[in-house]
Design a protein around this ligand. Sequence first.
Ligand SMILES: [Mg+2]
Length: 409
Amino acid sequence: MSRIESIELYLVQTPLPAPFSPAWVVGGTRSSSAYYLIRLRTDDGVEGFSAFTAMGRERAGIGDFLAHAFLGKDPTDIDHVLEMLRVPGYGGLRNFWIEPAFWDIKGKLAGQPVYRLLGGEPTPLRLYASSGEVKDVGARIDECWARHEEGFSTLKVRVHDFDERVDIRQIQEPAEALRGKLKLAVDCNQAFWHTANGPGPKWDLARAKRFCDAAYEADLAWVEEPLFMEWYDQMAELRAYSRVDVSGGELHTCGFPELKYMVEKRCYDIFQPDAMWTGGISQTLQVAKLVREAGLKFTGHSWSNGIGFAVNMHVLLASGFASEMEYEYPLSPPGWTAEARDSILTEPWRHDRGTLQPPTLPGLGFEIDEAALAHYGRCFFKANRTVRSWMPESLHDLSIPTTPVPREG
Ligand SMILES: [Mg+2]
């Protein structure tokens, strides 16, 4: 039996090619993508990786717990992994994002992609392009044409204005301009409120109903997160009211029990949990099973980094929904591109005319570019079965490398 021999934690910051202003952080502009990376290694040399969005240095101290919980343990015992990952959650720090690193090892030990290990078929994935920024109508129509020409059949846009008439115009006019060419969906990003500079718009049920009416009339594919994530009763009322599918579920960090409750209440037509937040691969697949039994729809949320994209792709491929639902492909140039999103992977997840072939490599299906990781990442914790090393000084300098990673040849 393989055992966990070592654990490393990194903070990675990769520069974006242009400033990026995510619709879900009002007033905020990013120049980099920041995330934590975990590298597990077994005593027979198999490595497993996972990664999770970093807000600052909030996970600087998690290494000691991980060393205590996992060194010397069987990496294929996922039930034990989840039991242990729950423990720091009782203190407020949810870490289900680490579970996929164990699946990565489990797949590599079995010589199979994780979705195959979980019974999924190698179904080519149809992708929808997921824009990340609010734009005025003219810029949005230009973007729609660009995605259409690249081969996408659906683009998800963002709205986030105080004036609901502006939001409605931002879906109506592009939908009309691209009618018959490109289907639109819309993400309202009302599930959580995160502002970097001044207040942001906060919708109530009445506004959400009016917006769903407008989205239906504009023939949109779905309306995503039009209400705050804990308003379960109002979500269920809106879903029953709306003539267009209502979707959401990406950040429900309590995992399976919370999403089970939401499926039972029929809060959404389309459940879009992100395994990195919603309980790892195992719990998110349990959600997919309940969604199927309830006659609702399921797909993945993937807006984080190239590893989060991979993990949720395996979930979708194993869920039974891969041939029915489009998968989110974050793409919001010039700031958010596949190369920037996936810059520590040897190969970015590039689409081909809006489709993606499932990975064939064992495990989660990507390889880490060690030169890129050394350039953009700072290791802040290392442990093996005899030595632990916490390196807080590596977190003091949070400046982002501005030069590209040196490449051989
Ligand atoms: Mg979303």
